[in-house]
Design a protein around this ligand. Sequence first.
Ligand SMILES: *Cc1c(COP(=O)(O)O)cnc(C)c1O
Length: 388
Amino acid sequence: MSALFPNYARWEIKAQQGNGSTLVDENGKEYLDFIAGIAVCNLGHCHPKVQAAVEKQLGTLWHASNLFQFEGQEKVAEILASHSVGDYVFFCNSGAEANEAAIKLARKATGKHHIVSLKNSFHGRTLGSMAATGQEKIHAGFGPLLSEFTYVELNDIDALEQVVTDQTAAIMVEVIQGEGGIRLMSKEYAKQLAHICKKFNCLLIIDEVQTGIGRTGTAFAYEHLSLSPDIITLAKGLGNGFPVGAMIGKEALKEAFSAGSHGSTFGGNPLAMAAAEAVLTEILNPTFLESVQKKGDWFKNQLEENLKSLAIVDEIRGKGLMLGIACQIEVAPIITACREKGLLVLPAGPNVLRILPPLIVTQQELEKAVSILTEVVTNLSEKQATHI
Ligand SMILES: *Cc1c(COP(=O)(O)O)cnc(C)c1O
């Protein structure tokens, strides 16, 4: 019996301890954790520098409220602003809250209400971020939705042109759809998207909650497409497991978030800022980001070499260490078989296997994952063949 709401389909594993890329269950069984808390523990579990920074802050000050000024907030905001195309930062505690802030800021700054987002997107579970999420299964039972949201297919410029008007406040996108199946925005679409935003004077919001903080081998994924978002939202990897979210906005939006316009009691709390500063110091190092790209390229190549020719595999896609294996079959049995062999991976929709190793993953750990994935997917492919 559990006193918890059953809103998560949980696995039969009690997570007990974590260290680097390894997660340990209550029986001492070790797993190679290529979920990393769903792109949260980018520096691995219990990273010593993040741990030391939070421990130090624990003995100094936990919380005082945003009535006060905090050096930690100023520092992290300065780091985020100087490494992005944005200028000002608002801190909150989660991805959904960062997207709520983005939607509110876009509406207030433009005086318009209509927001266009993409089908198969995921922006969170609060009423605003859920309305921005273009997936019916996430809306089901929670209507009526916040009004004036329209959804269009990713990489379909005609569809976007048909719905954006002078009354559109913002277009909200992920550069790589995470929950939606590791779907990549094309270069051409990105170019046209920027053009449409300019033409209709609407803001570009990029949700980097999953793709940001080094996940794709750059600080933010929009860099791959040379986009210049007006608003960027962050959470997941920013605190390496300490809850923290952020919204970065451009200079022109400053006045819309004047004193009293928006807020969060816990947002920018000193403990969260200690974690975020330690995380950013590690991840924004160019050598570190280069290593993520190199590891990601090697990993993706290996998966392509070993799996691409298999009947059940459609495509290996992704960037950096955010990879997907799109399959002809449902991936649930692949995930179970990998787990039994000690490798944790997750789905992104029914047919896509999503792989999110910690960015500190070693070559040896990548090799082990390649070997398990190859064995499992090959076995299932052969089994599938004998069924036909
Ligand atoms: C996880 C996620 C969110 C929601 O973040 P929460 O912290 O769970 O509210 C929003 N957008 C994207 C792209 C995500 O992957």
